[in-house]
Ligand binder design. Structure first.
Ligand SMILES: [Zn+2]
Length: 98
């Protein structure tokens, strides 16, 4: 078994020499998991910073057509807006900030 110190030196040398390290290559599943975690982390950071625009379907009928196709967009610091995906009408909120 290799000591932690030797492992550290081996890793540092492989990084500084820009050669593949003493590690096994990642599997496709591991790359996919890393990508999924990175994507979720990005989404959470954007939501925390209020820069992520979200879209949510609402279960109410459009007042102008019989479709139940209303969606609300918001969450990114812009004024929220509701839009009927069927007829295209859009309703924007009022800016109440003083
Ligand atoms: Zn409509």
């Amino acid at each position: 078994m290799i000591s932690p110190q030797r492992m550290f030196v081996s890793c540092a040398k492989s990084i500084s020499d820009d050669v593949p390290g003493p590690f096994r290559p990642l599997t496709v599943q591991q790359w996919d998991r890393i990508a999924n975690v990175a994507r979720e982390a990005s989404t959470r950071v954007q939501a925390a910073l209020a820069v992520l625009r979200r879209t949510t379907a609402v279960p109410y009928p459009c007042p102008h057509c019989p479709a139940r196709a209303l969606v609300v967009h918001g969450g990114d610091g812009q004024l929220p807006a509701a839009k009927c995906e069927k007829c295209g009408r859009t309703w924007a909120g009022l800016d109440t900030a003083a």
